[in-house]
Design a protein around this ligand. Sequence first.
Ligand code: I3P
Length: 109
Amino acid sequence: KHGVLTRKSHAEMDGKRTPRGRRGWKKFYAVLKGMILYLQKDEYKPDADLSEVDLKNAVRIHHALATRATDYSKRANVLKLKTSDWRVFLLQAPSEEEMMSWIFRINLV
Ligand code: I3P
């Protein structure tokens, strides 16, 4: 699965709140491949190598949990992704349908 997702970092690897200055929203082209959610700067190109930044932004979603971000109301169609290493991301999808589809696919892994 792939598509546009806009990301906000809420908590870091240690579970601590992401510090100010790094809490902004950023748009990515997301690609779910195996157990990894790639958050790429540019649109998916099947045979292109991923840049260092793209690799750094990749999220392992094994044992991660995706839910609707019911406690976040500033934006619509936002899901909350909690990873096994205690990071928390908010991810905004372009539509309700896309958000539900991402939640379903992430939790299936
Ligand atoms: C953050 C940025 C986010 C905002 C966040 C700010 O600043 O303005 O858009 O979240 O508020 O800290 P920065 O880019 O300097 O990290 P919202 O869009 O959800 O308001 P927060 O600290 O209350 O999460």
